[in-house]
Ligand binder design. Sequence first.
Ligand SMILES: Cc1cc2nc3c(=O)[nH]c(=O)nc-3n(C[C@H](O)[C@H](O)[C@H](O)COP(=O)(O)O)c2cc1C
Length: 217
Amino acid sequence: MNIAQVATRRYTTKAFDPARKISADDLAALRTLLRNAPSSVNSQPWHFVIAGSDDARGRIADTLKVDFPYNEAKVRNASHVVVLCARESLDSAHLAAILEQEQADGRFATPDARAAQEKSRGFYVALHQQQLKDEAAWMDRQVYLALGTLLLGAGALGIDACPIEGFSDAAVDAALGLKEKGLHSRVMVALGYHSEEDFNARLPKSRLPEQAVITEI
Ligand SMILES: Cc1cc2nc3c(=O)[nH]c(=O)nc-3n(C[C@H](O)[C@H](O)[C@H](O)COP(=O)(O)O)c2cc1C
């Protein structure tokens, strides 16, 4: 299957088969996808919580009962649920850790290259923190790049997925103890394999026509 076929065949699964689990190899591939998602100035302002046990998915599902009941069974019956979180802020410790990782990974041939990278990243972080004052929204945009990477990658691996924004971030943060870790849940993805009850598997995909959304100049 080529990448265009993956994009057109993947779809949002509305009901998962609780008996089918994602293999360890495929889970490792999903972790690789998440970790390698691109982010502005390599800021990686994220953390991904992967709930694989019945207990962990149950804790998330319990938060959905009242206000988002249509998403509860998806979380309970999926093989795994990834909670994509944004950091509370791009603090100096996080920025230092990124720079050290880039050094360790061989990104800097000279001290000047390291200093230039630090300066360039610092410029954008300061721009969003101090001038535009949109640091949280900026970090969220990076988290959503990981979301897109995960959804397309899951499709390529033949894993069904349901992206989920229908949840209370405050409730999920509390259920998973995320605030104490300086994290905020932003979006989730239930992953696994669809069941016979998945009405969406039988429906055609629908998108606006190409000319309505793409202009070539
Ligand atoms: C950010 C985001 C949040 C979504 N939240 C939900 C959700 O809470 N529950 C759900 O059943 N589907 C959810 N969806 C699925 C969308 O409705 C679906 O992606 C869209 O209709 C396009 O269909 P397709 O994914 O099958 O191509 C979400 C999708 C995205 C990208």
